[in-house]
Design a protein around this ligand. Structure first.
Ligand code: SAJ
Length: 420
C-alpha cells in the first residue's frame, strides 16, 4: 500500500488526506497545531465542510489514516499549508518553507513531493527545489517534485476534488508522470501535464479571472449609483448576450483565494496593472457599503445595526479576509453599535449575538453573507423587535417582498432605481 504524508490538515489538506485514505492509500496527516490533532483524534472536525466529517471518520476508523504533529517516512509528501499575504501584499511562504524543511530528515530516494498550496510563480522551481537539494538527492531524478494546485470550491470540496480536471506541473517530466500516477487513483477529471511554473501561473490566473470580473461588476454597481440605474438589471440584460458573463457585485471579495492570489502575480510583474486595480476596487467595496449604510442611518442618534453573516461567502464558516469584518470595523469606528448574528461562526474577532438580541432596538438589518437560512427569517416576527424597520441587503439574497410586506424599507446593493 503506497503511503502518503499530507502536510497541513486545513481546508485542502484534510479533504485530500481523507479522500486518499478512503481510496486505498495509507495516509499520515500532519499538522503542527496540537489542538487540530486532538480534535481530529476525537472524531471531531475543526472546519465545517459538507460531507467532510463522514469521509474523515471513515478514513480514521479504517486505520488507513492517522494524524500527528511530525512527518514520517512515506512514498509521497503532499504539502497543503497556507500561503497568506504579508502587510506589504507579498506572499508569506514561511509555512511552505517550514513544511518542506520538516520532511528533509525523512526523505528517501524515489519519493515524490507535491506542492498543492497556491504560490507565486517559480516557488516550486526556485524555493522548494533548493530546500530539497539539501537532502543530497538529485531533484527531478531521485526526488520527484511537482506543483498540483487544488481547484476545489469551499462548500463543494468533496465533489470538486474528485470531478474537476487538474493541472500537474512537474519540474521534470518524470516528476509529472509520478504525480499523475498518484492523482489518477482518486481524480475522475482530466489530469493535464505541464511544467511547475506554468501550473503555478495557471492556478493564479483562474482566481484572478474571477477577481477581475467581480471588480468589473462592482464598478458597474458604483456607476449605476451615479446614473440612478439598477445595476442588477443591467448585469442581467448584458448577460443575455451569448458571450458575456458579468459577475455579481457584493460588499467585497474575501476568502483565502481570490482576495490573496492576484497579489502573487502583482508581486512578480510590473505589468500586472489591471490585476492590481481590480484588487483595489474589490478592497474598496466595504467602505462603499458603509457609505450606503450611513445614508440609511441619517438623523439616528446612537444607531444600532444588525449584521447578518460575517463569513466571506454564504453557507461556509470561513471568515478569512471576509469583507464583512472590514465593514464592521469601519462602522464601529463611526460609533455605530453593531450586533452580529451568524449561525455558522463560533469564534470571531467581535462578539456574536443570538437572533433576538441582534434585532432588538436595531435601526437597520445589514446582510453581509448570503447564508441560505437568512432567506427563511420571519420578517414579520423580527420587525416588531426593531426601532427602525430597515434592511440593506448587500448580497441580494433576501426575499425583498416578504420584508416589504412586514413594513420594512428595503434597499439592496446595486438596486437603486425605483420600479417603472
Ligand atoms: N464573489 C462576488 N461576486 C461574484 C462571485 C463571488 O462578490 O460574482 C465573492 C464571494 O462573495 C466571496 C469571493 O468572491 O467573497 C470568493 O468566492 P468564490 O465562491 O468566487 O471563490 P472561493 O474563494 O470560495 O474559491 C475560489 C474558487 N476559484 C474559482 O472559482 C476560479 C475555487 O475553485 C478555488 O479552488 C479556490 O478559490 C482556491 O482555493 O483557490
Amino acid at each position: 500500500m503506497l503511503k502518503i504524508c499530507v502536510m497541513g490538515l486545513g481546508y485542502i489538506g484534510l479533504p485530500s488526506a481523507s479522500i486518499f485514505a478512503t481510496n486505498g492509500f495509507r495516509v499520515v496527516g500532519v499538522d503542527v497545531d496540537a489542538k487540530i490533532i486532538d480534535v481530529l483524534r476525537k472524531g471531531e472536525l475543526h472546519i465545517n465542510e459538507p460531507g467532510l466529517k463522514t469521509v474523515v471518520c471513515a478514513a480514521l476508523q479504517s486505520g488507513n489514516m492517522t494524524v500527528q504533529q511530525e512527518p514520517e517516512e512515506a512514498d509521497v509528501f503532499i504539502i497543503a499549508v497556507p500561503t497568506p499575504i504579508k502587510e506589504d501584499k507579498s506572499a508569506d511562504l514561511s509555512y511552505v518553507v517550514h513544511a518542506t524543511e520538516s520532511i528533509l530528515p525523512v526523505l528517501r530516494k524515489g519519493n515524490l513531493v507535491v506542492l498543492e498550496s497556491t504560490c507565486p510563480p517559480r516557488t516550486t522551481e526556485d524555493i522548494l527545489s533548493l530546500i530539497l537539494q539539501k537532502s543530497g538527492y538529485k531533484i527531478g531524478e531521485e526526488i520527484f517534485l511537482a506543483h498540483c494546485p487544488e481547484r476545489v470550491l469551499p462548500g463543494n470540496i468533496l465533489h470538486e476534488f474528485v470531478n474537476n480536471d487538474r493541472i500537474i506541473g512537474g519540474i521534470s517530466s518524470s516528476s509529472s508522470c509520478k504525480a499523475k500516477e498518484i492523482y489518477e487513483k482518486v481524480v475522475q477529471g482530466k489530469l493535464v501535464l505541464t511544467d511547475a511554473t506554468s501550473a503555478e501561473m495557471a492556478k493564479l490566473m483562474e482566481n484572478t479571472f474571477r477577481d477581475v470580473n467581480i471588480a468589473l461588476a462592482n464598478e458597474v454597481c458604483k456607476i449605476a449609483y451615479d446614473l440612478n440605474l439598477d445595476a442588477l438589471e443591467i448585469l442581467k440584460l448584458a448577460n443575455m448576450h451569448p458571450r458575456v458573463h458579468l459577475h455579481q457585485p457584493g460588499p467585497g471579495v474575501g476568502g483565502h483565494c481570490l482576495a490573496v492570489d492576484p497579489w502573487f502575480v502583482v508581486e512578480k510583474s510590473n505589468n500586472a496593472k489591471l490585476i492590481r486595480l481590480s484588487r483595489e476596487i474589490n478592497d474598496g467595496m466595504p467602505e462603499f457599503v458603509v457609505g450606503l449604510v450611513r445614508n440609511m442611518l441619517l438623523n439616528r442618534e446612537r444607531p444600532k445595526v444588525t449584521v447578518l453573516g460575517v463569513t466571506y461567502k454564504g453557507n461556509v464558516d470561513d471568515v478569512r479576509e471576509s469583507p464583512a469584518t472590514k465593514v464592521i470595523r469601519k462602522m464601529k469606528q463611526e460609533n455605530i453599535e453593531v450586533c452580529i448574528y451568524d449561525p455558522y461562526v463560533k469564534n470571531y474577532e467581535f462578539a456574536l449575538a443570538n437572533l433576538e438580541e441582534a434585532f432588538l432596538a436595531s435601526d437597520l438589518v445589514l446582510v453581509l453573507a448570503d447564508h441560505n437560512e437568512f432567506k427563511y427569517l420571519a420578517a414579520d416576527e423580527l420587525g416588531p423587535l426593531m426601532r427602525t424597520k430597515q434592511v440593506f441587503d448587500a448580497r441580494n439574497c433576501l426575499h425583498h417582498d416578504k420584508w416589504k410586506v412586514a413594513g420594512f424599507t428595503v434597499k439592496a446593493l446595486g438596486k437603486n432605481k425605483k420600479p417603472v
